[in-house]
Design a protein around this ligand. Structure first.
Ligand code: ZN
Length: 250
């Protein structure tokens, strides 16, 4: 069985003491690769070293934390992405965050920064990985007007109508390993065609267990999706792995 973690944060301090064991456990669990998302200049540089050490297994997608982003930081990240674009498989996670950002003006202020990253992805001919927590409909509108290449709605949790639009647009979503706990995510998993679904852990976050989340837990999300769709786990593993390899052009 081949599994692929389409979105994790392996550079984070949560993995500082046992990162190599975490990567070994992922391989033992059947993962053939993972995409790690850097979220700032420091995170970007740390990720370069990790990817270098695990070439062919760990891939880099570079973005930001939408809820805390400033113009200055956006420009720093953008110049790093330009400089190292050869080693980057997608721009993101980038997008809008309405969970932490509740003020209407501050929400609006995220949009021009989001567009900077969309334009960058268009320019570099890279796909986009989107963070759209509680902002899925607005993020979708902006992307429909501006995005040229592939779009992956990471950790997707949007309403039905938006899910249908995403499916019609030919975009993809990722489901986290604990997705079955959320009715909305289970519903999205049924609306989306299987060839537009990828699996992720978002480790160290969104754990399906009591402990820190890590890429080896991807198998739990795969099992949940297989149960939900009433398909053999091997088929779901193979389909979602193929989708990830195609989306990131690996
Ligand atoms: Zn993430």
């Amino acid at each position: 069985m081949r599994l692929f973690d389409a979105h994790t944060h392996i550079d984070m301090k949560h993995f500082k003491n046992d990162r190599e064991q975490v990567i070994e456990r992922a391989k033992k669990a059947g993962l053939i690769g993972m995409v790690t998302s850097s979220i700032g200049p420091g995170s970007f540089r740390r990720t370069l070293g990790i990817v270098e050490k695990h070439q062919g297994f760990i891939h880099h997608t570079a973005g930001c934390q939408a809820s805390r982003l400033t113009e200055d930081e956006a420009q720093k990240i953008i110049s790093l992405i330009r400089k190292y674009s050869e080693g980057i498989v997608a721009v993101g996670e980038v997008g809008l965050d309405y969970h932490w950002v509740t003020d209407a003006n501050q929400r609006k202020a995220q949009e021009p920064l989001f567009r900077l990253f969309i334009n960058l992805a268009n320019e570099l001919e890279l796909p986009l990985v989107i963070h759209s927590r509680k902002a899925e409909p607005r993020a979708t509108e902006i992307l429909e007007k501006n995005a040229v290449n592939g779009v992956l709605m990471h950790c997707y949790d949007g309403p039905r109508e938006t899910t249908k639009r995403i499916a019609d647009n030919g975009w993809s979503i990722t489901l986290p390993a604990n997705f079955a706990r959320y009715r909305s995510r289970s519903e999205a998993a049924k609306i989306m065609p299987l060839d537009q679904i990828l699996l992720e852990t978002d480790g160290p976050y969104l754990s399906p267990t009591e402990k820190r989340n890590e890429p080896a837990n991807l198998a739990l999300g795969c099992k949940s999706l297989a149960d939900l769709l009433e398909l053999p786990m091997e088929d779901v593993a193979e389909a979602t792995t193929k989708n990830a390899l195609a989306f990131y052009r690996l």
